[in-house]
Ligand binder design. Structure first.
Ligand SMILES: CC(C)(COP(=O)(O)OP(=O)(O)OC[C@H]1O[C@@H](n2cnc3c(N)ncnc32)[C@H](O)[C@@H]1OP(=O)(O)O)[C@@H](O)C(=O)NCCC(=O)NCCS
Length: 175
């Protein structure tokens, strides 16, 4: 059994297991879901992504990307969680979210990300939590605006060729 991390009104966030990878790869191998990423991933690339940002991260930091599941049925909807990412302030904890497209438009991403924000600040005791969003990823900006207090802009390598891309950095500080 994987460890439950958080419950919200409609969702349970739990640790990801290797059995979840085929479903999660539907998201990372899908051109529409990956529209604002440098490209789609092969199954091996998806497996390496979750090895680093879920399994290894759980062991090193006690956080990582978690499975977003329907609280009642247990159905897997996508992932949301906290990982260390490079920002203008260095390496810092960031909330990311990726849902299979049948589950967009229902407020699940904002519900999961808000719970992750509170977990980061209250349970983990972090001083600040952010989300990194491309300037053209409007659906993700809508989510981040619900979750965070303010935003800045910064540039980092983000294209397949390593060239610089501008991102919004959405920020919540512990008050
Ligand atoms: C980013 C992503 C998770 C956003 O999904 P989404 O469905 O648009 O976001 P939410 O689940 O929070 O839903 C928000 C919308 O659902 C609607 N909604 C429906 N029922 C709702 C409810 N009970 N509560 C809140 N919102 C609800 C809201 O009106 C809202 O629409 P609005 O923002 O136009 O007002 C999704 O587009 C995705 O997985 N994209 C691919 C991966 C990606 O780009 N990730 C982000 C990288 S930075």
């Amino acid at each position: 059994m994987s460890r439950n991390i958080l419950k919200t009104g409609r969702l349970t966030l739990r640790e990801i297991t290797p059995d979840d990878l085929p479903f999660l790869h539907r998201i990372f191998g899908d051109a529409e879901c990956m529209r604002y990423y440098p490209g789609i991933k092969s199954f091996d690339e998806t497996a390496r992504w979750f090895q680093r940002l879920a399994f290894d991260s759980y062991a090193s930091h006690d956080f990582g990307l978690w499975a977003v599941t329907d609280r009642q049925s247990g159905a897997l909807l996508g992932d949301c969680g906290i990982t260390l990412q490079e920002t203008s302030a260095g390496l810092e904890p960031e909330i990311g979210y990726h849902l299979w497209r049948d589950h967009w438009g229902k407020g699940y991403a904002a519900e999961a990300a808000t719970a992750c924000r509170d977990y980061a600040l209250e349970t983990l005791g972090l001083a600040r939590i952010v989300s990194i969003v491309r300037l053209d990823n409007i659906p993700s900006q809508r989510v981040a605006e619900r979750v965070h207090r303010r935003r800045e802009k910064f540039a980092k390598a983000g294209n397949a060729d390593g060239s610089l891309v501008e991102f919004y950095l959405y920020i919540t500080d512990r008050t």
